[in-house]
Design a protein around this ligand. Sequence first.
Ligand code: 0A1
Ligand code: ZN
Length: 881
Amino acid sequence: MRTDTGQVFRLEDYRPSDYLIPRTDLTFVLSPESTIVTTTVVIRRREKAARGTPLALDGSGLVLRGLAIDGKALADDAYSALPDSLVIHNPPAVPEFTVTIETEVNPSSNTTLMGLYRSNGVYCTQCEAEGFRRITYFLDRPDILSVYTVRIEAARAEAPLLLSNGNPVDTGDIGDGRHFAVWHDPFPKPSYLFALVAGDLGAVSDRFTTKSGREVSLGIYVEHGKQPLAAYAMDALKRSMAWDEEAFGREYDLDVFNIVAVSDFNMGAMENKGLNIFNDKYVLANEDTATDADFANIEAIIAHEYFHNWTGNRITCRDWFQLCLKEGLTVFRDHEFSADQRSRPVKRIAEVRTLRAHQFPEDQGPLAHPVRPRRYREINNFYTATVYEKGSEVVRMIRTILGAPAFRAGMDLYFERHDGEAATIEDFLKAFEDASGRDLAQFALWYHQAGTPHVSVTASHDPAAATFTLQIEQSVPPTPSESRKRLMHIPLTFGLVGADGRDLAYGGVEGAWVEGGVIHLRKRRHTVTFSDIFERPAVSLNRGFSAPVSLSVEQRSEDLFFLARHDSDPFGRWQAFNTVMTDALITGYRRVLGGDKPVFSPSIAELAGAVAGDAALEHAFRALALTPPGEADIAREIGSNIDPDAIFSAREALVRSVAEANREAFAAAYASLVDSRRFSPDAASAGRRALRNTLLDYLATLPGGSALAAQHFASATNMTDRAAALMVLAHRHVGRPEAIEALAAFEAKYAGDPLVMDKWFAIQAAAPGPGAVDAVKRLAAHPAFAMTNPNRLRSLFGTFFSGNQTGFHRADGAGYALFAETILAVEKRNPQVAARLATGLRSWRSLEPNRQELARQALASIASIKDLSADVGDIIGRTLA
Ligand code: 0A1
Ligand code: ZN
């Protein structure tokens, strides 16, 4: 564990390395407790570096066993070897020489899941961001690109399968029950993309022929017996490969593409060249074990990692400050892929919900940072929603501003210019500027400036002059260490919706650059006047969520109801309904705080009834529209002095009032959505299930609701329906016999399947109310739970800290005490996962004063521990600052 020294890394300190490593040969002699790694690197001194410049290599917790230059062992005083660095004081003056390093590592005792470790007896690696230095001393930075050849030796019985990056070159026997394999990757790559897997796994094999005729062998490796569960992932992989050729002109470039699923993994998956390693949660699925959401995630993550082959691997990052160069762009690519494979509007709404749920709170709290940060203490803590999701939104805006053809031309130019290089955000933007002739200087602030811009709008119609005017003002709130903000270029897609639901044509426009249905805000204030507008329109702004801003539009409340029914932009419709509900919930919340009962306008229930029964709308869209804003969404909109219990009461009351008003219609729609066809994970079938399950959630609040949910649970023929019913029972009928029985039945059925048990843990961890703290403590002692497994930790504690507003934020602070205790316990084994869990209190300052103080005490109790890891120390330090 790297303890927190407080060292800060700064973008402006970037300097090219004095030495390069054109070639790297690695030999792994694998053994569970003692693996010997022999690394031979060709070191090339850069012309600008003086002869004899010391060569300083990175390490982390390493033991050096041998060191030679050009085959000759080095004298003891010629170098200094520490666990975290190896310095060769006076390297040969020649331009190129070889260094051979022997290190010894213990994969079995590696609980950090970085570097070389074992998961269920399988040797595997994770090197992003700085894990390679746990394997050998190296220039472990992304701008050092090297061609790797890897030889793996292992006991055949323990590891019949030996994989690394690139193409297979050789295999054979070496006696004593041991064997070897050699892999060669012809594409120069940074060390973070290195991977090795060795173990006894089952294979799913397939083939793909690229557009230009390259035959690629595809393999997905999973625990023996689980091969059928990898069929969907394989299908998603082939669709991804075909899509990237079509949409971006990008072909695969090796003879093999392998994916390995492991059960202990810190993140979702990893794009190692030719050998992706996945958290098994994002590979294994069938209808009995996985929900529709799981299928969609698998498709998206398989695509994401595959797309990295070009955006991340062929063109990589110069330094870790440029992380969004590969991540934001690759998320944008996987979003587009899913939109094309499924329903574009539904996908867009889901993306925006995720962005608001995860990125907005980050941007609005103490952990805010620009999409391209300028400093970090621990890079692992920057795999954030801002870098990934907002990073994707920024790429989307480039396309909105340039238009699809110029965007594609910019991408082509970027690939052409930087293939084989380690690039920067400046390089990326320059490709678009050069391809389009547009100036993106102001736009670039999206990369450099943190915080969610706010856009406020007032509208007025002058019937006599037939003009319609929008007064638009932008502001960017201060964020940590950035108090003064510059004005942004905000592309707002819009429509002026007339009484018949159609967008009004306007004669002319003044006050801003308006083109192709987009208003470009570039100043603080714009007065945008449209002429020849004879009727007062409802204004639909930020259609498709063209800019990741918060928006308030002052217009008549009937306009929102109108847009919710008639906007031609599906996102606009969804947004209008969502705003109606949010506004009502905030008013209801204030009433609860004042000791009154919340009351809701009957128009809301009427609108819900209309949406539920509108056969012209996709089922999945209807499900999304009918889903009321979550408690955390409401809290975010309220902003400060939050009382989670009052939010909960207001939300419950809204759901009940909508259900009561639509009792018959919802019941009829619910009944009509039963699907007796064979299960299919396709988007349309999933949409039907989503709508039916959303309706169940409403109906379950009515008398007889628990029996209905129990019946839904008992008759479920797939995991989507089963988990949905279990959630309704466990959340809406906490402690009732139907809930207890269903939980027990689920547990009995899936006790042996850890990934399914994760759902069982998560559902209970999110059950509202003061009993959740004790429930979570009890569940932590369940035999299926393991403090060592990241998926279990995220399901139970991650869900509790980030997904249970009333339970975690219990007024007596018991949730916060459990938080502190858990972070410290997890940190000892796995600082990276602990740090992620520790972000659960990032919004503590928006709580009411009593809870705020209790949360502060819990955070301070963590901060007071000596020798905190860099990971946790960084998060807690920034959270308290
Ligand atoms: N590059 C991966 C994310 C990733 C980052 C760090 C990891 O370390 C445990 C693992 C994966 C992606 O974007 O999918
Ligand atoms: Zn990624």
